[in-house]
Design a protein. Structure first.
Length: 444
């Protein structure tokens, strides 16, 4: 080539003269691309129809609606038909595009350019025109496209029936094998569910939705002792309490169900439902209210919340007394405590706002010593795996600190754990009352 010749002539030399066959080939190529787009879009359209859309189709007596409903009766056959038709069309596009390239261009001496045009360019065209664009359109116009493609897919289902039947029968064995694995106990674990939650939770997911989903994942592994009201905080009365004193205490505390014990809380003899007293509001002070007690339910500390919830539902019960391994009463747990583990704190107009923590800044919090570890994890927005490994039998922040130190720490004493610093702000000879938690930078 002459050095003075324009570089554009290099590419003009690749072009071959057009003829009638080229025009026919281009026309057929456009038709095939349109078919590919319609078939790909119909796959998304049919499987994006909502229950309301299907109900609309059932109410419509037109032939097009009935065709769509008929196709839905065999979803696996429909999917196999769509995939067969789409792949056949795409193969035809590739073959025809290869022939057109040979008719339009001369790639001798420019093999790399020929590869880019024949493979990369054609692949991009198929993806954009035959796959991505129609599927995006189908998600927004599912009903319209489903009705348009009803006749074509009905014809294709009859045309490709033998091959589609082979595919459906073949996948049936795979489905059966997967079902056998599920039946044998290979279920998804809580860790896998938690990982899936982390992957699927994005910025569009609200804090409430995330908390509820996280609560559901952890619900089955949470034990009663982690969420119960400990005995030191339980409002309960002795059977020797007079009726007048009982009425005064009930009004002061505002609970609707109250444990009643004899001599000590380790011997709970019944649960008093305040509503049972309504018919005896004007009874004399010496009124014997003990026959109104209902039989108490007892549960162990290590019982899982999902099992207890099922028992509450079956027995129509709302409260149970929690007992330890020696038969003593550890505390009480209510249906509200269980539900709060999923949906968060539930308060009504009679509840006192008892704060278990105060946030000073992003790295400093002050917790009540009785704060449950599971609540501490929630406030600090952590999984608590390291705490769980070191907590022993403790379930409160104070108990966790006792587990670490082996003694009751004094006021202003500091305890380090991982990258957390615990400062005792209030304590007496019997328990830790208040703790400041400081989150420090992790050591590298």
């Amino acid at each position: 080539m002459d050095p003075g010749e324009p570089h554009s002539s290099i590419y003009l030399d690749l072009l071959l003269p057009w003829n009638f066959n080229v025009l026919i080939g281009i026309f057929i190529m456009l038709i095939l691309l349109l078919l590919s787009a319609l078939i790909s879009g119909s796959e998304v359209a049919y499987y994006s129809l909502s229950p309301q859309d299907k109900k609309t189709l059932e109410e419509d007596t037109s032939k097009s609606s009935q065709r769509v409903l008929e196709l839905f009766k065999k979803p696996k056959t429909l999917l196999a038909t769509i995939l067969i038709g789409n792949n056949l069309v795409n193969v035809a596009i590739i073959i025809l595009s290869s022939l057109l390239m040979k008719m339009l261009f001369n790639f001798e001496g420019s093999e790399l350019l020929g590869f880019i045009i024949q493979v990369v360019a054609v692949t991009l065209i198929i993806l954009m025109v035959g796959e991505i664009s129609p599927k995006v359109y189908a998600t927004k116009n599912a009903m319209r496209l489903a009705l348009i493609m009803g006749s074509a897919l009905t014809f294709m289902s009859k045309l490709f029936y033998p091959l589609a039947r082979v595919l459906v029968v073949g996948t049936r064995k795979i489905d059966q094998r997967a079902k056998e694995q599920n039946d044998s106990g290979n279920f998804i674990t809580a860790d896998e569910l938690n990982h899936a939650l982390e992957l699927t939770t994005d910025n569009t997911t609200g804090a409430d939705e995330k908390r509820i989903l996280s609560g559901i994942v952890k619900f089955g592994s949470t034990e009663v002792r982690q969420v119960m009201t400990p005995r030191i905080d339980v409002i309960c009365f002795d059977t020797k309490t007079t009726y007048k004193q009982l009425q005064t205490e009930i009004v002061e505390h505002g609970f609707s169900r109250i444990p009643i014990f004899e001599d000590s809380f380790d011997n709970v003899v019944g649960i008093l439902y305040v509503k049972d007293l309504l018919n005896h509001l004007h009874a004399p002070d010496d009124f014997d209210w003990k026959p109104l007690l209902r039989n108490p339910s007892f549960v162990t500390e290590n019982k899982k919340l999902d099992d207890l919830l099922r028992e509450f539902q079956d027995d129509k019960n709302h409260m149970a007394v929690v007992v330890d391994e020696y038969g003593g009463s550890s505390g009480v747990i209510s249906l509200e405590d269980i539900i709060e583990e999923i949906v968060g704190e539930i308060s009504d107009e009679f509840d006192d706002e008892e704060l278990i923590y105060t946030k000073i800044d992003e790295n400093n919090y002050v917790f009540e010593g009785k704060a449950a570890l599971i609540d501490v994890y929630r406030v600090l927005d952590i999984t608590g795996e390291k705490f769980e490994a070191a907590k022993g039998d403790s379930d409160s922040l104070a108990g966790f600190i006792l587990e670490l130190t082996g003694k009751i720490p004094q006021k202003n004493e500091r305890i380090r754990f991982e990258h957390y610093l615990f400062t005792i702000e209030a304590a007496d000879k019997r328990r830790v009352k208040r703790v400041k938690v400081t989150i420090q930078e992790e050591s590298k």
